[in-house]
Design a protein around this ligand. Sequence first.
Ligand SMILES: Cc1cc2nc3c(=O)[nH]c(=O)nc-3n(C[C@H](O)[C@H](O)[C@H](O)COP(=O)(O)O)c2cc1C
Ligand code: SF4
Length: 553
Amino acid sequence: MSKNLSHLSYRQGIEKNLFERMVEAAEATGSAETPEHVRALGRESLFGDAVTLGAVSAYDFLKAENAHKKVFVCNGSACLCAGTQKPLHEKLLGHFPQEEIGHICCLGRCHEGGAFQYEGHNYSGQPDDALDHLFTTGNGRSRDHYEVVSILQPAQLTAPFHGIDAFYAPFKGLLNKDRDWFAAELKASGLRGRGGAGFPLHLKWQSCRESPGPLKYIVCNADEGDPGAYIDRYLMEERPHSVLLGMMVAGWFAGASVGILYIRAEYPDSVRVINEAIEDLRAAGLLGLDILGSGFNFTLKTIKGAGAYICGEETALLASIEGQRPEVRVRPPFPTVEGLFRKPTIVNNVETFANLHAILTLGGQGYSRIGTAQSTGPKLLSLDSHFTRPGIYEVAMGTPLRDVIARAGGFKSSIKALQVGGPLGGIVPVSRIDDLTVDFESFRNAGFLLGHAGIVSIPESMPMIEYIQHLFQFTADESCGKCFPCRLGSTRGKELIAKAREDAAFKIDRELMADLLDTMQFTSLCALGGGVPLPIKNALEHFDSELRPFFQS
Ligand SMILES: Cc1cc2nc3c(=O)[nH]c(=O)nc-3n(C[C@H](O)[C@H](O)[C@H](O)COP(=O)(O)O)c2cc1C
Ligand code: SF4
């Protein structure tokens, strides 16, 4: 069924794609979830009303219930731990009735907390008088500021940008090179995807290259939904060409002529800056047909998301672009064989693409000398507002986590744990920090996860039971609903914890909780339901004495 829908969607083309038309409908009237829009979109696409309603109702920004909301308060983990959101909400009630205040997750303003979106702009860390000024005059300071530090010398991902000519010079050189030679360079580099799973890049790219077909796509996964992570936001807003160059290299290598950046709607500045960078590339003659007489054709396009965490999962993201409900697809077939519109597609994370410039300039071997044998290259981390100097830190893979914390000046207040790698990443008690280096193996071997490497600090004042309820709640809210271990398991977990917090006489059965977590971990279709048991198990193991009062002995 969804295969037929992919083919129907393909007939609309990428320029007039169904998903963007749903978003346009919502921009005009506040929601795409109205009978008129659903009927019109369903008829035009031949999807029918039910499929179209299923799609539009999956997105926060298209839902009827959010149509009349004016301000959206971030409810991500970093803002929760910063303790800024309750006072912010109370302040907002002085300007808006409750029904005009909605929620959003997460704006990537984790370095200062107090984040919210108003009239399409993001704000954070605003003192009370600035809020009053914003809501009475409509003017405010949307820009934010955070540290950008490279512990790696010379810096790679955070290196200064010296203009298109200088930056794209290695790419121009590549256009005359042999693709088999470059395949060997990619393999030698050892680069692994930065989106969380650490999958070897050369295998993915080679698979797409070898997939037959005249039409292939390069998709940049810029849906960075992990609360605590603003690495991709930094790259898109401050180093946009590093991302675009990586996509162009992928297009040249695999024989793809269309690149799409799916950027979450929570990052309006990223969409703007990337669009400007695409225009600059076009003006420089680096996009279009027969680029620099090489025979390589490539175009780039951005698509703005509509508020659904699951769209970060690559198959849900592709379904989203096709205008289908963003549900996870069973693999195989993998996207490199059957991706967007069922054509061969490379999907990589923003930071992964940003590493290609370093591979071109240092060579595969040179690149692999940064980092460890199995986790090569540079890595960015994003630190939240509990650090003395929060921001983006660039390190060589293998750098002790303690060194990063020291460079950030330690913590402003007392911390009991770090959650590294988003809501599906492990909870690291402070006593284990010295055991860890920033690479995939170190975290995995210690029973945690590096993931995308956004860091949320859990303060002493945050009850661990509240934090794990928040993780179950997050999963329940964001589950795509396709498989029941996740759809039901996350809700049952949330209910159990809520009941134990509300009713002192109720104690959670340990065996039941262990069973629930194992069922989610081992039988969920994707790493949302399959991943959330890790931090909860970490919390149960490392914070046993704090959590014991809520469990049967
Ligand atoms: C629930 C879920 C959310 C995800 N969110 C993101 C995301 O926001 N950004 C991202 O690049 N990858 C995300 N991923 C991983 C992608 O599915 C995919 O592995 C990644 O985009 C591949 O790129 P890489 O090889 O460059 O890491 C997510 C996976 C899951 C299961
Ligand atoms: S684990 Fe959750 S998000 Fe993933 S496919 Fe199953 S229901 Fe969907």
